[in-house]
Design a protein around this ligand. Structure first.
Ligand code: SF4
Ligand code: SF4
Ligand code: SF4
Length: 318
């Protein structure tokens, strides 16, 4: 990781010193362990603060839309997929973007760390190979890094950036095909069971909209939930039906555009299983349209193209 961090710093400093870009967006150490924080470096000295570790989980594609000037971004696989999706939606000008691609095998989920430490505060983490030592106040635990990864990282097959201008580190071996096991399990439940699960999950929602704000492909100037005339949806978080409606519409709006980055679920302060919905859509889009968002520059967005022999199983005919 230190080697990667040094390579990122060198690449960024060079780009800024040679005035090839005006800004480099990457990660700096946060004030707490596993809290990599976005850094906007405009000088080689500022770029010296750049880092790379298992807490650099934010999707930096979020900071690239409609940006003036030439920008470089430090981007792992899911960030790059989101960037590709946004380039296709004319939200990012590829000519003004320099991608420092970083192959990624996963980021650590702090909720899993907290569970192992029994809720005690994490003060330090040491990673040696595939083992992490988690140090808290008067306690220390070890765990396999693979067991601590976000679920989105465990399922990720695109840790290698699909496009880049410069790569730091080595490309990773290809991963096996997605099996969507947890979605199939959910699909096998009865309608009543699925509904009960949705009610239970979304009764926890406080309508903070962190999920929406963290999503790189959720960028309408005015979200339907904020609209007053007409008021499409009630504003109170006490109404579980409205909370579910918000999520269903949010997820439908990202159909064929969601890159399964997991940023929405990570942002949720209530620990709601949002990936069950987003990944269900990813699975459906893959099965219905043989499409995945942001995996190359050539494919058109699944819902922005049409052929006469498209399967239409959702049409109900009398
Ligand atoms: S989803 Fe993939 S690219 Fe993104 S952080 Fe996880 S492993 Fe890395
Ligand atoms: S809906 Fe969630 S998983 Fe999909 S792109 Fe947005 S933040 Fe990422
Ligand atoms: S982040 Fe979680 S609590 Fe906040 S609106 Fe989204 S689902 Fe609800």
């Amino acid at each position: 990781m230190q080697k990667l961090a040094d390579q990122i710093k060198d690449a960024a400093k060079k780009l800024l010193a040679e005035q090839k870009v005006d800004l480099v967006i990457g990660f700096a150490e946060g004030s707490l362990p596993l809290r990599g924080t976005p850094l906007f470096a405009r000088t080689p000295e500022e770029a010296d603060k750049l880092t790379w570790n298992l807490g650099c989980e934010n999707n930096l594609a979020n900071y690239l839309r409609k940006r003036e000037g030439k920008v470089a971004v430090v981007a792992k696989g899911c960030d790059v997929r989101s960037i590709v999706a946004l380039i296709k939606e004319n939200q990012i000008n590829r000519d003004n973007l320099y991608i420092i691609g970083v192959p990624c095998s996963g980021m650590i989920d702090r909720k899993k760390v907290n569970a192992i430490l029994g809720g005690k505060e994490l003060l330090e983490i040491e990673v040696n190979g595939d083992t992490a030592t988690l140090k808290g106040n008067n306690c220390s635990e070890t765990a396999k890094v693979a067991d601590l990864l976000h679920n989105s990282c465990k399922d990720c097959r695109y840790g290698n950036p699909v496009i880049y201008d410069e790569l730091v580190g080595e490309l990773l071996p290809e991963k096996e095909t997605d099996d969507f096991a947890e979605i199939k399990k959910f699909e096998s439940k009865t309608t009543a069971q699925r509904r009960a699960f949705m009610n239970s999950e979304f009764s926890k929602c406080i309508r903070c909209y962190a999920c929406r704000n963290a999503c790189p492909v959720c960028y309408c100037e005015e979200c339907f939930v904020d609209c007053n005339q007409p008021e499409w949806i009630g504003k109170s978080a006490l109404n579980t039906e409205d909370n579910i409606l918000f999520q269903v519409v949010r997820v439908f709006h990202s159909a064929g555009r969601c890159t399964d980055c997991g940023a929405c679920e990570r942002a949720c302060p209530m620990g709601i299983n949002l990936r069950l919905l987003t990944r269900k859509l990813v699975k459906d889009v893959k099965e219905l349209y043989n499409a995945e968002a942001g995996v190359n520059m050539d494919d058109k967005a699944a819902l922005a193209t049409f052929t006469a022999d498209d399967p239409e199983p959702f049409l109900v005919k009398e």
